[in-house]
Design a protein around this ligand. Structure first.
Ligand code: GLC
Length: 657
C-alpha cells in the first residue's frame, strides 16, 4: 500500500483497514450459499389458483403481450389495450407529453390512462398494466422532486436504517405519481472505479451491499400490496460491477463461487426481504475456474433459471434490461427466443415492441419457445401483480400519498441528513473545519453552483445533462446554501478563481466536480489515467489560483467514484469526498460551517465505501491513498505531508486495472 499519510495515522489506518478488509473479505466460496429460508413471501394458494385459471383462459397473443414492456415514448394508452401489454416503463428522460416539467398530476393522468386501457381489453379476466421507473435516488425523473444522494454516498454512511427510511420516502414519491415499481436498488459490488456506474453501487464490501440490499428492498416494498408500497428490483443479475477494466456491459471474469460470494451478496439481502423483481445484467460472464465462456447474461439459462429461480427459489419476475436481449448472439431488439428460454419473464423492448410480439408469437407457434415457458413467465408476472395489490384499484385513483411527499420539509430534511452522513473527511490540517460563521468566504469552481453536477446522472434526464440549476426549484447548490447560512454579502463566487484576491477572505471553499454521466458515458476508458484533473483540468487550474495565499482552503469533491486527487488534496487544508449529494446543499454546509457558538454542529461519520487510488493507474493491490473504511473525524489531528503526484497524467500500462 503506497501511502504518505503521517506515520502515526498510517499505523492506525493500516491496522483499521486490515481488520476491516478481513471483515469485508468475501464470504467463503465453495458451493454457492444456500437460499434464504423460509421464503419471505409465502405462496398464496388461492391466488395461485386464480392465476392458473386466468392463464388457462388467455390466448397466445394475450400471453405474449403480457410479457412485453414498451417505453411510454413509443406506446399510447389505447395500444396497451389493443396489444394486451403487461408493463410499461419510462426510461431516464421520459416524461408525460415529453415535458421535463410535467406535474405530479400529469404523471397521475398518464398512469390512469394506461391502467384504464389495460382494463378495457376483451380478455375474460382483465389484467392491470404495471409501470416501472428508475427511482434510483428519489423519484429522479420528476420535476421538483427532492433527490437523495446517489448510492455511493449511502455506502459511505454505513447506515442501513437510514437507507430503509430513504426507501420508504422514495416509495411514497413514486406512488404519488401513480407508479408502483422502482428499478432499484442496484446491488453491484464494484471492483474498478473506471466503471461509469460506480456511483450506483453502495460499496466494494459485499457484506455492506448485502445489508443494504435487504434495507432498501424493505424500504421500497414496505408491506407488499399496501397503497404506499412499490416493487423493488434487485439489479443487475449478476456480476455487473466486476467487468474487466470496468467496461460498462463488459465481461466479468471470475469463478462462479466468487460471482455469488462477492457479486451476489446484495441479492441474498434483497431476497431475504422478499424482493419481487430482478433485472438481468448487460454484462457477460467467463468462469475462470473452468474456462467456460458463458457469454451475455441475458442468454444465461444456468444463472437465471438454474441458480436464481430454482436453487435460490426466486418466485417473482425476471425483467430484461433496456434492449438487453439484442446482445445475445443471434438476437435482435425485436426477437430473442434464447432470452425467453433462458428465464427472462418480461422483455424490456422500449421501441420495437410490436415486432417483438409478432416474432415471439411465431416462435411459440414454431416450437422455438415452449408454451410452458410462456405460461411460467405470465404466471410470475401475475403473481407479482397480485402481491403488489394492482388488481384492487388504479394506482392513480386509489389511495396514494399526498403529492407533498415529492419535496416536503420532512423529505428535504431526510435527504439533508443523508448528505451529512455521506461525507467523508480525508484531510483537515490545522482543524480548519468547521469554518467560523464570521468573516467572508470565497467560493470557487463550476460545481459549486451547478445542481446537475451536484446531483449526477439519472437526474431529470438519463445522463443528468441538458438541465440547469433552475430546473431544480426546490434545491440548494453548495453556493446557495452558503449564502442562505451566512448572507449573500458574506459569500462571493468565482467560477475559476480569476480576477479575485483570496487574501480578502477568511476562507476559500473550492468545489471540484465531475460532469454528470450515466452508464457507458461515464466510463474512464482504459488506458486513460484515473486522475480527476486529467479529465477536469479547470478544477486544478482554479485551485492553483486561490491556494497557497495564506488563506485556508477547503476542497469538496463531487464525484461518482473514488479518483486519484493528490494534486488537489496537496493544495487544500481540508478535503471532503462528497460523492453526488443531490438537491440538499444545506447538508453540505451543515458539515462545513460551525454553529453560532463557534463549535461544530455535526461531526463527520462517513467512511470510504471503496479504496481510494493514490496514482493515475490502479493494480489489484493499489497503490491506495486511503483504504475502504477510512474517514477522519473533526477531532483527529492531522498534519498531512505532501502526497505523491506524478508530474503528468500517464496512460496506464497493460497490466493495470
Ligand atoms: C438502463 C439501465 C437499467 C435501467 C433501465 C431502464 O439501461 O441499465 O439500470 O433500469 O435501462 O431505464
Amino acid at each position: 500500500m503506497a501511502s504518505s499519510t503521517p506515520l502515526a495515522l498510517r499505523a492506525g489506518i493500516v491496522a483499521f483497514s486490515a481488520a476491516l478488509l478481513a471483515s469485508c473479505a468475501v464470504p467463503s466460496g465453495g458451493a454457492n450459499p444456500p437460499p434464504p429460508s423460509p421464503p419471505p413471501v409465502a405462496a398464496d394458494f388461492g391466488v395461485e389458483a386464480r392465476i392458473r385459471a386466468i392463464v388457462a383462459g388467455m390466448t397466445l397473443e394475450q400471453k405474449v403481450g403480457q410479457i412485453t414492456q414498451p417505453d411510454i415514448r413509443s406506446i399510447k394508452p389505447d395500444e396497451v389495450r389493443q396489444y394486451y401489454i403487461g408493463s410499461i416503463l419510462n426510461g431516464g428522460g421520459a416524461w408525460p407529453d415529453n415535458n421535463k416539467k410535467a406535474s405530479v398530476n400529469d404523471w397521475l393522468k398518464l398512469s390512469d390512462a394506461y391502467y384504464r386501457a389495460s382494463m378495457a381489453t376483451d380478455m375474460a379476466v382483465k389484467i392491470p398494466v404495471i409501470w416501472g421507473t428508475d427511482a434510483v435516488h428519489g423519484h429522479n425523473n420528476v420535476f421538483g422532486a427532492t433527490l437523495f444522494p446517489h448510492n455511493i454516498g449511502f455506502g459511505a454512511a454505513r447506515d442501513p436504517a437510514l437507507l430503509e427510511r430513504i426507501g420508504r420516502a422514495t416509495a411514497a414519491q413514486v406512488r404519488a405519481t401513480g407508479i408502483t415499481w422502482a428499478f432499484a436498488p442496484t446491488l453491484a459490488v464494484v471492483q474498478n472505479p473506471r466503471w461509469g456506474r460506480t456511483y450506483e453501487s453502495y460499496s466494494a464490501d459485499p457484506a455492506l451491499v448485502r445489508s443494504y440490499g435487504e434495507a432498501m428492498t424493505r424500504g421500497l416494498q414496505g408491506r407488499l400490496g399496501s397503497p404506499d408500497s412499490v416493487l423493488a428490483t434487485a439489479k443487475h443479475w449478476i456480476g455487473d460491477g466486476g467487468t474487466f477494466h470496468g467496461v460498462d456491459q463488459g465481461e466479468t471474469r471470475t469463478t462462479e463461487a466468487d460471482l455469488f460470494a462477492r457479486h451476489g451478496q446484495g441479492y441474498y439481502g434483497a431476497l431475504a426481504a422478499g424482493v419481487q423483481t430482478v433485472m438481468v445484467s448487460y454484462s457477460s460472464f467467463t468462469d475462470t475456474a473452468t474456462g467456460k465462456v458463458w457469454g451475455k447474461m441475458h442468454g444465461n439459462q444456468h444463472l437465471i433459471s438454474g441458480e436464481l429461480k430454482q436453487r435460490l427459489r426466486f418466485d417473482g419476475l425476471v425483467v430484461s434490461d433496456w434492449n438487453g436481449i439484442e446482445q445475445v448472439p443471434g438476437c435482435r431488439k425485436d426477437h430473442c427466443p434464447q432470452a425467453i428460454n433462458a428465464g427472462i419473464d418480461l422483455a424490456m423492448v422500449p421501441d420495437d415492441w410490436k415486432a417483438f410480439i409478432a416474432n415471439t408469437v411465431a416462435d411459440v407457434r414454431a416450437g422455438r419457445i415452449p408454451m410452458q415457458r410462456i405460461d411460467d413467465a405470465v404466471t410470475r408476472i401475475l403473481r407479482v401483480k397480485f402481491r403488489s395489490g394492482l388488481f384492487e384499484a388504479s394506482p392513480a385513483t386509489g389511495p396514494r400519498p399526498d403529492p407533498s411527499v415529492m419535496n416536503s420539509d420532512a423529505v428535504r430534511e431526510l435527504s439533508r441528513e443523508a448528505v451529512r452522513k455521506s461525507l467523508v473527511l480525508l484531510k483537515n490540517d490545522r482543524n480548519v473545519l468547521p469554518l467560523k460563521r464570521t468573516g467572508r468566504i470565497l467560493v470557487v469552481g463550476k460545481g459549486a453552483d451547478s445542481l446537475p453536477m451536484q446531483a449526477g446522472g439519472w437526474s431529470l434526464t438519463w445522463q443528468g445533462d441538458n438541465t440547469v440549476t433552475a430546473d431544480y426549484p426546490n434545491a440548494d447548490t453548495l453556493l446557495s446554501a452558503l449564502r442562505k447560512e451566512l448572507g449573500r454579502a458574506n459569500v462571493d463566487y468565482s467560477v475559476d478563481g480569476r480576477g479575485v484576491n483570496p487574501r480578502r477572505y477568511s476562507a476559500i471553499v473550492m468545489v471540484a466536480a465531475e460532469k454528470p454521466y450515466a452508464e457507458m458515458k461515464g466510463d474512464i476508458v482504459f488506458p486513460a489515467p484515473l486522475r480527476h484533473s486529467a479529465r477536469h483540468p479547470a478544477d486544478l487550474a482554479a485551485l492553483n489560483r486561490v491556494s497557497g495565499k495564506g488563506v485556508p482552503v477547503v476542497t469538496m469533491l463531487f464525484s461518482g467514484r473514488p479518483v486519484p486527487a493528490n494534486d488537489l488534496i496537496n493544495r487544500s487544508d481540508a478535503f471532503v469526498a462528497a460523492w453526488l449529494p443531490g438537491t440538499e446543499g444545506l447538508g453540505l454546509t451543515d458539515m462545513l460551517l460551525a454553529g453560532r457558538a463557534g463549535g461544530p454542529r455535526f461531526d463527520f461519520t462517513g467512511r470510504l465505501p471503496f479504496d481510494w487510488p493514490a496514482a493515475d493507474c490502479l493494480a489489484a493491490n493499489g497503490p491506495f491513498q486511503f483504504r475502504l473504511g477510512f474517514g477522519l473525524t473533526l477531532g483527529t489531528k492531522t498534519k498531512t505531508p505532501r502526497l505523491p503526484v506524478a508530474r503528468q497524467p500517464v496512460a496506464c500500462p497493460a497490466d493495470s486495472l
